[in-house]
Design a protein around this ligand. Sequence first.
Ligand SMILES: C[S@@+](CC[C@H](N)C(=O)[O-])C[C@H]1O[C@@H](n2cnc3c(N)ncnc32)[C@H](O)[C@@H]1O
Length: 156
Amino acid sequence: MLDLGAGEGRQVLAAVRKGAKVFAVDKQAVLPIAATDPAVTWIQTTIEDYDIPKGAFDLIVMKNVIHFLKREFVQHSLASSIVQGLRAHGTLYISTFGQNDIVFQKSLQGYYTDEELQDIFHPIVFEDSVQEIVQDDHPPYGSHEHLLMKYIGRKA
Ligand SMILES: C[S@@+](CC[C@H](N)C(=O)[O-])C[C@H]1O[C@@H](n2cnc3c(N)ncnc32)[C@H](O)[C@@H]1O
């Protein structure tokens, strides 16, 4: 599995517990919760600078990170690298903010419609998308809800 923008590595840890070998990429020197696990290779770099190995992964995860990336980079570089990085029948998981999320009243940089994501990541086919309302509380918004969209796509 490859986790792009892994943060502390919560899903990395979950995958390792199920027996996966994981590459975890994040630009920050976060203290990973699975820091010493030999099944995890931590790579501190930007997603923009990381050269995704071809045909290497059964699962690529981008959980709450695509909206931080420039649209042009996602569209013209990252999407094809992800398609090539997945093995045949591999899975791509993306979660990101939905159209009515409070963050996107400020910035629309990272917002994608279902159709745009499908076009950008073609030939990966998104089979499922699920919406979830998540409670949050931090400046400058105070108490608020996020609308999260979750996508699961498969490479043919
Ligand atoms: C909201 S956190 C999500 C972390 C993790 N995926 C999770 O769901 O727990 C976003 C993460 O993406 C990382 N990030 C944002 N832009 C990045 C970039 N261009 N390259 C690498 N990591 C990036 C941040 O450092 C942060 O750890």
